[in-house]
Design a protein around this ligand. Sequence first.
Ligand code: ASP
Length: 339
Amino acid sequence: MNRWIAKLGVGMSLASTVMATDEVVPHVVLGIHGGLGVDKKDMTPELDKRVRAGLEAALRAGQQRIKDGSPALDAVEAAIRVMEDDPTFNAGKGAVFTHELKNELDASVMDGKTKKAGAVAGVTTIKNPITAARAVMEKSKHVMLIGPGAEVFAKAQGLEIVDPSYFRTEHRWKAIQEILKQEAEDKKRSDAGPLLPKVPEYFGTVGAVARDKDGNLAAGTSTGGMTNKSFGRVGDSPIIGAGTYADNSAAAISCTGHGEYFIRYSVSHEIVAQMKYKPTTSKAAAEDVINRQLKEAGGEGAAIVLDKDGNFTTAYNSEGLYRAWLTSDGKIQVRIFEK
Ligand code: ASP
């Protein structure tokens, strides 16, 4: 694995970071995240404002669907589409660059009632990968389509196709240039040992979990993956049971963080399995998987969890997590570093 990826989230940074599990919030109908975001020291008032506005806009879009009685899946898709279109987040427009200077996108969605799921991976021309993931679930006999096959399918479904340059943003371009420059400097150094990466924006995946009026759950996740990933690398976000899972008998979950760990620890399914078979609460299960298992392994990341009764919790072993939720009385809460 590329060492710029391999270095991320290792014990060194985790040991010193705050671990948190938010208090459980009852009566939640929609919860979202916008990734781990930047380190606290790199947060600017301008970015803070943009992140909060982006999360709120996404919640409002999902809220519309909840209000009109649409299924949970509609709320998940609506909220994620807003964040995919917002260059602030690492999904859709604003996705990070691969080592080969491309934007390769992954997304998945799951319906907690039917346990049906859909995903796309490594796509470069589909404007809203979450909608393509849903189309795979609803209009194909498969669960996951990748690369050109996914794109041909999306086009045939009438989804919006864009030129790959649509996804490019200046700040992500600068980030990859900085990393490549630093990699080149590392190579020249004779004393081995790479410099620590200076670019803070590794994570910014988006995700949503919803519970509709019938008590059905849904979850979805969309991402550009990790900056400087190898071409063809697929993370946890499009993998059902790793980055995304929904099961009406337990919870809906969306994850963000160092994908390789989330795949190896089957994070979203592990949380659901603990809730079903231990059994335990969403908070205890998320705490165990994110703040014990992953932390011990050196995997940085977070999960948002909405249980079958509408209790919402988030667990993260990073400094912060861009997150927000909406309760059935219409109240919105947005958090970044604060509990
Ligand atoms: N989990 C994503 C991946 O590994 C990255 C992220 O959450 O930011 O592709």
